[in-house]
Write a protein that binds this ligand. Structure first.
Ligand SMILES: [Zn+2]
Length: 122
């Protein structure tokens, strides 16, 4: 029998051990080790689960710029390119014309827009 742990509806951690016994732990426990010393592995596991779920709640999902750019539509890409265009690159129309022989982003292929957006961020 495999040991397993899951939350029950009252927030307790239901831990089924190798022996097939299930303990419900939320800081107290019904097992023999807890009765003797309060130092049982079920409480330790409950605490670990509590810490783990806190971490999951507080860590924001990391979205890389590459993923963000890949998910953007062309309208968003054009707006972002115009907004993020570095001043040091000179006027956007002049630079686009020089590099791509076209000064209007609306005529650019979507993958080219993505490349430009990522080049700005680099
Ligand atoms: Zn226990």
């Amino acid at each position: 029998m495999q040991s397993s742990a899951r939350r029950d509806t009252s927030g307790r951690l239901a831990i089924t051990t190798e022996s097939g016994k299930t303990y419900f732990s939320n800081g107290v426990c019904q097992c023999e080790a807890y009765r003797r010393s309060t130092a049982c592995k079920h409480r330790a596991l409950f605490r670990l689960y509590a810490i783990a779920s806190e971490i999951e709640e507080t860590v924001p999902e990391a979205v890389s710029l590459a993923d963000d750019v890949a998910a953007s539509d062309r309208k968003t890409l054009i707006v972002e390119i115009k907004a993020a265009w570095p001043k040091s690159w000179g006027p956007i129309e002049v630079e686009l014309l020089r590099r791509f022989r076209c000064s209007d982003l609306n005529f650019f292929a979507e993958d080219v827009l993505r490349d430009i957006r990522l080049a700005i961020a680099a």
